[in-house]
Design a protein around this ligand. Sequence first.
Ligand SMILES: Nc1nc2c(ncn2[C@@H]2O[C@H](COP(=O)(O)OP(=O)(O)OP(=O)(O)O)[C@@H](O)[C@H]2O)c(=O)[nH]1
Ligand SMILES: [Mg+2]
Length: 196
Amino acid sequence: MKINYNNVSLRVSAVKKSQFLGDKPQIVFCGRSNVGKSSMINCLLRRKSLARTSSKPGKTATINYYDIDGKMYFVDLPGYGYAKVSNEEKRKWSVFMQDYFNTDNDKRLALSIVDIRHDVSDLDVEMGRYLYDAGIPFIVVATKADKLSKTAAQKSLSRLSEVYDFENALIIPFSSQTGMGRDKVLDTIQQALEEK
Ligand SMILES: Nc1nc2c(ncn2[C@@H]2O[C@H](COP(=O)(O)OP(=O)(O)OP(=O)(O)O)[C@@H](O)[C@H]2O)c(=O)[nH]1
Ligand SMILES: [Mg+2]
């Protein structure tokens, strides 16, 4: 299947369940707040600012569906684990995310995005386990790789493979700044799309 990555647009910024889309396979981008989910979407699509990014955490509070050439959606989820939001906001976030994951649609692949420089948080592991238990295929993308030396990045990747050994998840080092890992992520998405 040939995908024209120039033919993309933001379809919906969902703030409630009734706005969720279910008509196409979905590639889900999830991870901690500020980890670089939106930047990764821009990098994959070679767009500067289609997905809104920010150095301030908590930028993406909606579930954003990007229509990719009419063939799939990239789904940019709001980040978790941002310490400075109130408990009430955390609760709302959690309900919203549960709504998303409980909605029966074709979640073809999830990209669990982590910062290559940091230890994986409990929330990341929880997310991974959740995806695994829900039977949603997922890969780990370790982003901001431009910020580490090659040796340090290697070290971090082997640590990650220990943490994610329960699923033998593919772990891809990535950088939205240099485009490192871009082809590999796109190949993996393509494969997921062609599987049925
Ligand atoms: N050096 C470097 N910086 C990055 C990379 N990816 C993201 N950033 C920076 O990290 C910050 C957060 O990026 P976003 O893409 O907005 O992160 P997000 O995960 O979408 O954040 P929320 O929507 O708040 O959850 C921005 O300042 C980006 O420029 C990367 O690969 N390398
Ligand atoms: Mg974002």
